[in-house]
Design a protein around this ligand. Structure first.
Ligand code: DQA
Length: 149
């Protein structure tokens, strides 16, 4: 059977990792994170499709399309986490398991970051562990989507 493919979605401003607010987000770039995800996926027997967009509509469309092509979605929606009912609805429409990731601990930051529109529709959420959160999310999602031998 073909490997299950996990869609890893990154929202606005995550392309700036490494340069952006390093005191909060660290020196790791999004390319570094993609490499870590690929390495973890290889050890877990799953494939990943790693994407980033600054445009809400791209994330909505990719989430809709994933129901035909992917086995699960890991999402760091950036600021859209706190604002986008559209992205939440699109993730729901995929009918796929969703794991939410944030580099920073959104609950230890400004009040407006404490609420996530995605968390209630996610299997689980990892935040505050930096880039390692993505690796842990791949591990968790692999267990969810990997077909039992
Ligand atoms: C973030 C947290 C969000 O509040 C913020 O808008 C981001 C990054 C994180 O990974 O910690 O862009 O999703």
């Amino acid at each position: 059977m073909a490997e299950a493919t996990i869609l890893v979605l990154n929202g606005p401003n995550l392309n700036m990792l490494g340069k952006r607010e390093p005191a909060i987000y660290g020196a790791t770039t999004l390319a570094d994170i993609e490499g870590m995800c690929r390495a973890e996926a290889a050890t877990r027997g799953v494939a990943i499709d790693f994407r980033q967009s600054n445009h809400e509509g791209d994330l909505v469309t990719w989430s809709q399309e994933a129901r035909e092509t992917h086995a699960g979605i890991i999402v760091n929606a950036g600021a859209l986490t706190h604002t986008s009912v559209a992205l939440r609805d699109a993730l729901l429409s995929s009918e796929l398991p969703v794991v939410e990731v944030h580099l920073s601990n959104i609950h230890a930051r400004e009040t407006f970051r404490h609420h996530s529109y995605i968390a209630p529709i996610a299997v689980g959420m990892i935040c505050g562990l930096g880039a390692k959160g993505y690796v842990l999310a791949i591990e968790a999602m692999a267990d969810i989507v990997r077909p039992t031998p």
